[in-house]
Design a protein. Sequence first.
Length: 101
Amino acid sequence: MQLGRLFGILAIFCGGIFTYLGYGMMETTGSVFKFVLAAPVFVLIGIAMFVFLGGDITTTESKNKTKDPKVWVSDAPKSHKIAWAIAGVIGFIISITVFKI
């Protein structure tokens, strides 16, 4: 498994948890903590990382230290980095409009 795909899955999972917490807080109290703004950002960056994998490194290479894990970001094409940044900005815009903060 590519390291970027693993990070994408983890980001989607964290975004799902934050979304669940934020929606529950909005339903019960009518307000939401500021950290819940990160929920759509995590989900969209996770999806972007799942599609745009970054540098060529697998989880076994990272675990065995045959390649430095920084290769995932440092060797990533600029188009992948731009896609991650655009996904983060879109996620932030969505969180601002949905949570109305």
